[in-house]
Write a protein that binds this ligand. Structure first.
Ligand code: TYM
Length: 328
């Protein structure tokens, strides 16, 4: 079977973007692939984190991923810092990655412009750690939203170059980017990505938002001054709502456009809000159940770490041998 790897940062609120762009696909791929999923807390510290909040958010992210449908028996689910191979391979790969390559990463440019007070070396080498995550598990496919595409291409380039120098060690990973909702947009500024760090909470839907809140946020979503529910260039708000509605209901655009023909935006926005609220309702309920059973969550992440370590150590051993590190 083919291998899948993906990760999510435990940095507070998870959004509908994380759900539709990534986690929903992680769940769908579980039965057909060997899946490895991680709560990547080592990536999270590239931005200053409050230690207590990071600890809580890490456990909450694990519970949330499980509440979305990741089965820790079927898939390997672990917390990144529990598996030391990630830091170890990351160092080796960083010595095989050029400064110029990392300088071209748009996320680094964006984040360093946003946090000029903390442009740390980890923020710069973040994509190397991400490459290590993926390559340690010999992943064939990496399900992510479109914002991770450039990082993924870098991981592939690093793997290819490494294989060229040292012989075949790494599987070359491909992205698995959904056709719909690969970039869920802000509900308030639909030309911008939906992001949890948006100052305006009406701009994003939290996976754990209450159903009433979700409907309310969709009702106040920014659209345009026309009144036609159709997908067309320039109708960014409506296009975004169409993609969200289609992703949660499984219906295609023509069917949705026909349903709302002549009905105006109010009805449409309410329908999208209700459909999203219904999709997320069981996730929220399941999340509360998991969070009430910390002992079970601990058992899950311990087992997950042991499984992840066993798989990734094999790759790391191979790498150390290839590059000339003397065996213990
Ligand atoms: P992160 O934690 O920012 O986001 C997790 C996943 O959610 C997707 N996503 C979105 N998809 C659609 N629309 C949006 N508005 C939206 N916002 C977020 C992201 O594309 C991602 O798939 N660097 C990664 C974490 C990571 C990783 C990895 C991923 C670390 N190592 C190895 C894959 C493989 C990140 O910051 O994701």
């Amino acid at each position: 079977r083919q291998r899948i790897f993906s990760g999510i940062q435990p940095t507070g609120i998870m959004t509908l973007g994380n759900y539709l762009g990534a986690i929903k696909n992680w769940v769908a791929l579980q039965d057909e692939y060997d899946c490895v999923y991680s709560v990547v807390n080592m990536h999270a510290i590239t931005v200053r984190q409050d230690p207590k909040a990071l600890r809580e958010n890490t456990l909450a992210a694990l519970a949330l991923v499980m509440a979305c449908g990741i089965d820790p028996e079927k898939s390997v689910l672990f917390i990144q810092s529990h598996v030391k191979t990630h830091a170890e391979l990351s160092w080796v790969l960083s010595c095989n990655t050029q400064f110029g390559e990392l300088s071209r990463m748009t996320q680094f440019k964006d984040k360093s412009a946003k946090h000029p007070e903390n442009v740390n070396a980890g923020l710069f080498t973040y994509p190397v750690l991400m490459a290590a995550d993926i390559l340690l598990y010999q992943a064939d496919l990496v399900p992510v939203g479109i914002d991770q595409k450039q990082h993924l291409e870098l991981a592939r380039n690093i793997a290819q170059r490494f294989n060229g120098v040292y012989g075949n060690v790494f599987t070359l990973p491909d992205g698995y980017i959904p056709k719909l909702a690969a970039k869920v947009m802000s509900l308030q500024e639909p030309t911008k990505k939906m992001s949890k760090s948006d100052d305006n909470p009406k701009a994003f839907i939290g996976i754990l938002d209450k159903p009433e809140t979700i409907v309310k946020k969709f009702r106040s979503a920014v659209t345009d001054s026309e009144a036609e529910v159709v997908c067309r260039e320039g109708k960014d708000g409506i296009n975004n709502l169409l993609a969200i509605y289609s992703a949660v209901t499984g219906r295609d655009f023509p069917a949705i456009e026909a349903e709302f023909a002549g009905r105006g935006y109010g009805d449409f926005k309410t329908a999208v809000g209700e459909a999203v609220a219904e999709t997320l309702r069981p996730v929220r309920e399941q999340f509360d159940r998991y969070m009430a059973d910390k002992a079970f969550l601990e058992e899950c992440y311990r087992k997950g770490a042991a499984r992840a370590e066993a798989i990734s150590q094999r790759t790391l051993d191979k790498v150390y041998k290839k590059i000339g590190f003397l065996a213990k």
